[in-house]
Design a protein around this ligand. Structure first.
Ligand SMILES: Cc1cc2nc3c(=O)[nH]c(=O)nc-3n(C[C@H](O)[C@H](O)[C@H](O)COP(=O)(O)OP(=O)(O)OC[C@H]3O[C@@H](n4cnc5c(N)ncnc54)[C@H](O)[C@@H]3O)c2cc1C
Length: 415
């Protein structure tokens, strides 16, 4: 068997096939396993460039993997928050709670009164035209919605609450999410630095093309991101069926980036999170105090979403730092020093990812996920974008890989 892509989906498929006694080669374009589970340790504190959270530990197979890998995780307190408005005034916790409540009521109405092909932006404009003038309300729309899903002018109103997590606490991996990928990959035959350019198939076999030559197998699992499929980075012959192509085009793929800033000393409030509510939305408005995970790290992790993320990827580091400092100095005063170091992701520009995760756009139908989960002869797609219930998450990626392996094993293909 061949598996294309050594993200969690591809590794989960390979692991299950190898455990069932099959011979598997995993072909991975980049120099490391994990895909969007990637940890940068160059500043001494593990910084997850992609996934950070296990979304609910009850019954979540990723929580089991973390335990098996011996990878520690802690729960942060989302209500342990300091909220500061543009100009430096502080929001009270009552104001914070009221805006959160208003946001939840708004979204219930958006989903209830919306339609699959009408965007959330259109629904908010019709239901609450002044919504974004209240900067704290705008914050919730940005960090609770755009971050988790996608661009508001593309996000389907009726489908905005699709996608599930598990029950129990949401926990953050403290020693790096890549511990899970490394654990899954242990003992597998993973060939790094080998981008696949073509996947052919007939009744007998699948043929996978790389710069290092062709690999022939009875079945192939293609577990590359939706962004790579949308960009036609792999040529399929024969072409994918029309239903698969519609699904690839129809499901949205968003942009989210993460940023780690490190100082010599901490100057911010001692709460797990610091919220900032500038008029400019979707960038550097939610800060996670990394001291809560790693005492003494003097670091903040923050985010950019949608167009702000795509735009920041085009800027040099010094301009990104200037923007972040304008927010932090507005909150904490002009004397706040520049950080001593920064690290950041750039997922939309990554040629092997081209975005962050999938979302239900105005062109998405929930059946699109089922179509992508349906094998095409000897070709099986896996990846978070192929899981109707759990798309966009690590647990969705993992379960999609297991599903692809089960499809192959139940077909009784040759070992
Ligand atoms: C910023 C960010 C934050 C996130 N936060 C969370 C979170 O907190 N919790 C959560 O559950 N999820 C989170 N996610 C989502 C989660 O990371 C993904 O859903 C999941 O990791 C996707 O796994 P995958 O195996 O489907 O794809 P990927 O991890 O993208 O793996 C695909 C692999 O295919 C490789 N590839 C691509 N093209 C080729 C080719 N032509 N040939 C060979 N190999 C190729 C890629 O290099 C990659 O290794 C986040 C993602 C991002 C970007």
């Amino acid at each position: 068997m061949i598996v294309v892509g050594a993200g969690v989906a591809g590794l989960a498929a390979a692991r299950a096939l190898v455990d069932a006694g099959r011979s598997v080669i995993v072909l991975e374009a980049t120099a490391q396993v994990g895909g969007r589970v990637r940890t940068d340790r160059s500043l001494g504190v593990p910084f997850d460039l992609g996934a950070s959270w296990i979304h609910g530990t009850d019954g979540n197979p990723v929580a089991d993997l973390a335990a098996a890998a011996g990878a520690p995780a802690v729960e942060l307190d989302f209500s342990d928050v300091t909220a500061i408005d543009e100009g430096g005034d502080r929001w009270t916790l009552d104001e914070f709670g009221q805006a959160e409540q208003a946001y939840e009521e708004l979204m219930a109405a958006v989903v209830d009164e919306g339609d699959d092909d009408v965007s959330v932006a259109t629904m908010i404009a019709s239901l609450e035209p002044d919504w974004f003038e209240h900067r704290l309300q705008a914050f919730f729309t940005s960090t609770y919605l755009v971050f988790d899903t996608g661009d508001l002018d593309r996000l389907s109103s009726a489908l905005a609450d699709e996608g599930e997590v598990f029950g129990g606490p949401e926990v953050v991996m403290t020693d790096g999410y890549d511990r899970i990928a490394t654990h899954l990959a242990a003992g597998l035959d993973v060939r790094l630095g080998l981008p696949v350019t073509a996947v052919g198939r007939d009744d007998e076999r699948a043929v996978v093309t790389t710069a290092a030559g062709e690999f022939v197998a009875s079945d192939v699992v293609v577990a590359v991101p939706l962004g790579a499929l949308q960009a036609n980075a792999i040529t399929f012959s024969p072409a994918l069926p029309a239903g698969h192509l519609d699904a690839i085009d129809g499901i949205g793929f968003n942009a989210v980036d993460k940023f780690l800033f490190v100082w010599d000393e901490t100057f911010w409030d001692d709460t797990d999170f610091v919220v900032y509510t500038p008029t400019r939305r979707d960038v550097f408005n939610w800060f996670l105090d990394v001291n809560s995970l790693h005492p003494g790290s003097n670091a903040l992790m923050t985010f950019a979403y949608a167009d702000e993320a795509r735009m920041l990827e085009t800027l040099p580091d010094d301009e990104v730092i200037t923007l972040a400092m304008s927010h932090l100095r507005d909150m904490y005063g002009g004397d706040v020093p520049a950080p001593v170091a920064m690290r950041r992701s750039a997922w939309a520009s990554d040629p092997f990812t081209r975005g962050a995760y999938s979302f239900t756009s105005i062109d998405t139908s929930m059946e699109h996920f089922d179509v992508l989960a349906t094998p095409v002869g000897r070709l099986h797609l896996a990846g978070e974008h192929t899981h109707r219930q759990y798309f966009s998450t690590v647990h969705g990626a993992y379960l999609s890989g297991r599903r692809a392996a089960e499809q192959i094993l139940s077909n009784g293909s040759a070992p």
